[in-house]
Write a protein that binds this ligand. Sequence first.
Ligand code: ACO
Length: 397
Amino acid sequence: MIIFIKIDVNYKPSKLTFTEDDMNCGSGLEGVVAAETLLSDVDGEAGRLIIRGHSLEQLVEHCSFEDVLELLLAGLLEPGGVPWPAALGAAREEVFALLPRTDPRLLELSPVEALRALLSRLADGADRATAMQLLAAPAVFTPALIRLRAGLDPLPPDATLGQAADLLRMLHGTVAPECEVAALNAYLVTVMDHGLNASTFAARVVASTRAGFAAATIAALCALQGPLHGGAPGPVLDMLDAIGQPQHADAWLEQALRRGERLMGFGHRIYRVRDPRADMVRNALLALAAARATPSARLVLAEAVEAAALRILLREKPQRSLQTNIEYYTALLLDALGFPRTAFTCVFAAGRVGGWIAHAAEQVMYGRLIRPQSRYVGPQVGARSLTRAATTDAGTR
Ligand code: ACO
């Protein structure tokens, strides 16, 4: 079933219309239009991402994380009156104060589970103050969690820094060199928004119930963490470690496909050509390696594995164009910046939270409750005896 949320040129509240064209319930909603948005457009055939009328390439080249947040959220939150960098800096300080001093249970959780738990400490709302805290929270909690897991004290934010610089400072305890700040900034801008991806859709569904931005963000993070979405880059690094040497790539990849596994960092629901974000992240990685003047053996390995994977996927899965996606080079970039692989998804959330809040705000402002239908394909009333069914269910569950 297609749900068109129709928005006129003045962008007034939506009207739902339904057609019977698409009742393919196993489609994963592929090709289904479930919202109209002013925020971003993913062109999967051309390999283009547009955010609020600007190409991703322009934004990465010219903008800070704060600049793109301001652009994305324009008109969706009540005016703040304070420049974005200062407002975000203040929000980081507020969020840091919510970090529990002692909670050993947090360290038993994976970083993304712990981040989810910490986000739940924020009061909910659909106002600017809540949005600012959520935009700051993953950038504060992620380095704090990494340090706590390493037996180190979390470091308080420096509100005078930009978000990328402060995130790295809170991680390493020293002011990061400009090349690292530029690399992380490019990454955070690159991942900020990307149409109606799974986590953003989750955010919009929750926001459509008027549950609040915090609830929408937590739901989105839960969707992000899966390995088919934002949980992929950790396993990419595991794959590279398991392959070890370029000459082992073909055999390793072929065996993985023979076992029915997916190659992490390849394939995409929308892109039929190379994910343009993969090139943005790869460029950031190359610039970082050049500035450090240290050759990366892992980059050499990754390029050999990528070439082998594309060749083998073309041969084994000719029916689907499977290309490199953003997560492949994300793994290398975040590793090069000193993030542990278990926390890669949390860093992704530090960028994507901008998109989640923007879509949640857009949904609240112009959308309607998202409530699709399912098609019942179970037995009809009378087809099964209640007593027998109950016994069978109890016996088999
Ligand atoms: N490796 C091997 N085969 C793959 C891969 C892959 N990475 N991706 C898709 N395929 C195959 C499927 O097995 C299927 O083959 P079949 O027809 O022989 O069964 C065919 O391609 C079509 O697959 P679908 O599941 O229909 O593709 P879908 O659009 O649903 O999947 C997805 C997109 C989930 C991203 C998929 O490509 C995948 O699992 N990739 C690996 C995980 C990954 O890198 N995720 C990050 C995506 S980017 C992001 O979310 C930010």
